[in-house]
Every structure is written in structure tokens, then in C-alpha cells.
Design a binder for this molecule. Structure first.
Ligand code: S3P
Length: 197
């Protein structure tokens, strides 16, 4: 079910950031369809470029090599026409990637609390950072380290523990509000708002 709310007209890529389990890919895919924009998953692109899974990249080459690849792939993706981009949880922690996102896109932090993250990541076991210990403790540490950096995003939205469309609605409202503020600051020219047909 989708609501008939105002649909922002977007002229730059929307980049979803946040921790593992925040719902970046699930929300991103639905957001892209509501906005009529292409959806791209950075982790899937990294796997495609490397020809193996993220777990294998970590195991065979180490985290530093993964981060190098992640930085390069995201820089390349940001040069594509406007799309919705879901990034891996560590991507926005890289200062170069953060600067590239700031220059070429609009960042949206999908914020989720520890309990929600733990319940979501427990459904899958493909995350190398969670493989070496107790997921709740690892995520608690990552929240302390990363939330202050994610807070630099242009837009912050709480990821809800309900139907995904509810969170997508909240993202659309937050993006529209952000564009409205930006428009008032920069004058009436685009980015501007359009009304959903
Ligand atoms: C990571 C998150 C993962 C993936 C990799 C590292 C992180 O993506 O990029 O395992 O550093 O938080 P998701 O956030 O999509 O799970």
C-alpha cells in the first residue's frame, strides 16, 4: 500500500547510510520505485566487481582491501545519473566517500535502535563483521563509533519496526522537507517539489 503524498522531484542521487540491519536495501528498493528512480546496491556492485562475495573478500584479502574497493565502487556509482544508492554500513565512515556523497548526492541516515538491528541481522549470517563475536555487543560498539558520523547525513529518519512502506513514507517526507529548506535558502530554482500524479 502506498500513500498519495507529495513526491519530491529529485535531481541528485539519494544515498542511504546506516548500520547493518537498518534496512538500507529493503527501504532503498521501495524508495526508488516510489520515486521512479533506479535502485543500486553498493555491496552487490562490489561483489560483482570482485567476482566473489563480501565474506570472501574479507577472508581472502582482508577488510582494508574491501574498504579500498568499496571507496572506488561508490565513487564510480556516484558519477552515474541520479539513482537511489544503498551503501554498506561502513561506507559513510570513510572521509573520502563522505565527501563524495556530500558533493554528488543527498545522504539519508536510516537510524535504528540496538534491539531492532539485532533482530534484523539475526535473520542472515553473511556479515563478516558480526562473525567474530556476539552480534549485540558488536552492534553496540558500532553504534557508539558510527552514530556520531552518520549524524552528519543531510536527512535522518528512524527505521521503523513495521511495514517497510511506513519507513519509506517517512523518508519521502524528510527528503521533501530537506529540499524545501534548501530551496528557500537557494531561491525558487530546482531542486523543487512536484506532486505525485
Ligand atoms: C559492513 C556492512 C555490510 C557490508 C560489510 C561491512 C559494515 O553491509 O558492507 O559486511 O562495515 O558495517 P550492510 O550494512 O548492508 O550489511
Amino acid at each position: 500500500m502506498t500513500s498519495n503524498r507529495v513526491r519530491p522531484r529529485i535531481e541528485c542521487s539519494i544515498v542511504l547510510v546506516g548500520l547493518m540491519g537498518a534496512g538500507k536495501s529493503a527501504i532503498g528498493r521501495r524508495l526508488a520505485s516510489r520515486l521512479g528512480m533506479p535502485f543500486v546496491d553498493a555491496d552487490a556492485e562490489i561483489e560483482r566487481a570482485a567476482g566473489c562475495s563480501i565474506s570472501d573478500i574479507f577472508e581472502l584479502h582482508g577488510e582494508a582491501a574491501f574498504r579500498d574497493g568499496e571507496r572506488r565502487v561508490i565513487a564510480r556509482l556516484l558519477s552515474r545519473p541520479a539513482h537511489v544508492l544503498a551503501t554498506g554500513g561502513g561506507a559513510f565512515m570513510d572521509p573520502e566517500t563522505r565527501a563524495a556523497i556530500r558533493a554528488k548526492g543527498m545522504s539519508v541516515w536510516l537510524r535504528a535502535d540496538l534491539d531492532l538491528l539485532v533482530s534484523r541481522v539475526s535473520r542472515r549470517s553473511n556479515r563478516p563483521l558480526l562473525a567474530g563475536g556476539e552480534p549485540r555487543e558488536i552492534l553496540r560498539r558500532l553504534i557508539a563509533e558510527r552514530h556520531p558520523v552518520y549524524a552528519e547525513a543531510d536527512v535522518v529518519v528512524d527505521s521503523m519496526d513495521g511495514p517497510h512502506e511506513q519507513t519509506v513514507d517517512a523518508v519521502l517526507d524528510a527528503i521533501a522537507a530537506h529540499l524545501d529548506v534548501r530551496r528557500r535558502e537557494t531561491g525558487p530554482e530546482p531542486p523543487s517539489l512536484g506532486i505525485e500524479a
